[in-house]
Design a protein around this ligand. Structure first.
Ligand code: SAH
Length: 366
């Protein structure tokens, strides 16, 4: 039995079944055994691959987007360039290189990395020290710690890693889905809470879910989105949130576990598999609007990157590439933008100060 499974068994014995959010928190963030506390899970040899790890084009285009936003903000002499959940630091390194095309922006940008995992923090430090020895990034555990001032923030595959709660609609109304311990089977098992949740927890239109429906809310994600949006509305700036999910709130169980690029059981190997859930962009956008910010999108990642010129960038890279690299660039372009790849499932939401103009990449968006 793994250390975390033991710990969960004890905790459930003491406190009773855990919410799915507490379970995810333990699995991902337990200081000794949590998934993100103990490893770098990215890349081919790891558990999953993200857009910045697929191609430099992703981070470069986001770096240029940030430079354009900075100009729209009036080109402040100092701006916080913030990344939430920066992984290996690849996106930030690529973004800063591209931002070099707008030297005033590059000079104004102070880099802040919001990261809780010690192994990934070290990776980020190495990546940035190698690529940009002149940059002195600062690390924080939470967005609320980033110093005041105008900011441009990026979050790629960050919100999907935040803990969700799940509610099931049964014949007797709503019940929370919990993680308990099944003595007979000797393992973790889903159980239903005996008590009705307080109704305001489940926002419309999800409260109209039919019997048998599962509804998810991500309190930590909504809280962080609120902090981000309130700060952009009060102090200026813009943010891009990129993740897999749905534009409109809809019932559905999207909790998933991934290990070695394959799906795994969500209760099978606590602390040793990545646990994520789809991002509900409608809930996220609503909270940002309530905090005083404007939102644009979400749009598909494929459309967003195409509008920013990923094909032109791929052509420029191809022109100076060898035969092998050409095939790689073509494959990366397809993975990032293809409708059957990441192009449609991944959504991009812009959040910004209400007086900023429509951000680039969102020309067609509502
Ligand atoms: N953005 C990166 C990594 C995505 S994986 C990329 O695209 O490659 C999720 C990232 O979020 C990791 O860096 C992980 O350590 C970090 N993370 C997860 N939960 C977090 C939390 N609550 N606060 C800060 N960072 C967190």
């Amino acid at each position: 039995m793994t250390g975390l499974r033991n710990h969960l068994r004890r905790r459930i014995a003491l406190e009773g079944p855990l919410t799915v959010a507490r379970y995810m928190e333990e699995c991902l963030g337990n200081p000794r055994h949590g998934y993100y506390m103990t490893r770098d899970p990215l890349g081919r040899a790891g558990d999953f691959t993200t857009a910045p790890e697929i191609s430099q084009m992703f981070g470069e285009l986001i770096g240029l987007w940030a430079a354009v936003q900075w100009r729209a903000m009036g080109g402040p002499g100092a701006v916080h360039l913030v990344e939430l959940g920066p992984g290996r630091g690849t996106l930030m390194a690529d973004a800063l290189r591209a931002a070099g095309q707008v030297p005033e922006f590059r000079a104004a940008a102070h880099v802040h990395l919001v990261e809780t995992g010690p192994v990934l923090r070290e990776r980020q430090r190495e990546t940035l020290a190698t690529a940009h020895p002149d940059v002195a990034p600062k690390w924080w555990n939470d967005l609320s710690q980033v110093p005041d001032g105008p900011a441009i923030a990026i979050a790629n595959e960050f919100f999907d890693a935040l803990p969700i709660r799940q509610f099931l609609r049964g014949p007797d109304g709503w019940r929370e889905r919990l993680v308990g311990w099944d003595e007979d089977a000797g393992g973790l098992a889903f159980v239903r809470s005996g008590a009705q949740p307080t109704t305001p927890l489940i926002p419309p239109p999800l409260d109209a879910a039919p019997e048998g429906g599962v509804v998810e809310i991500c309190p930590a994600g909504l809280r962080k989105a609120h902090t981000l949006a309130a700060r952009l509305a009060a102090q200026g700036g813009a943010a891009l949130i990129v993740d897999y999910g749905h534009d409109r709130s809809a019932p559905g169980d999207t909790l998933q576990a991934v290990k070695g690029h394959e799906y795994a059981g969500v209760l099978d190997d606590p602390g040793d598999v990545d646990l994520t859930a789809h991002v509900d962009f409608q809930q996220l956008a609503n909270v940002c609007i309530r905090a005083g910010a404007a939102t644009f999108g979400p749009v598909g990642q494929g459309d967003f990157l195409s509008a920013l010129g990923i094909r032109e960038r791929a052509a420029a890279l191809t022109a100076r590439a060898g035969e092998d690299q050409r095939a790689d660039i073509e494959a990366a372009l397809d993975r990032l933008t293809g409708a059957d790849q990441m192009g449609r499932l991944f959504r991009v939401l812009a959040v910004q100060h209400p007086r900023l103009p429509r951000p680039s990449g969102f020309e067609q968006a509502v």
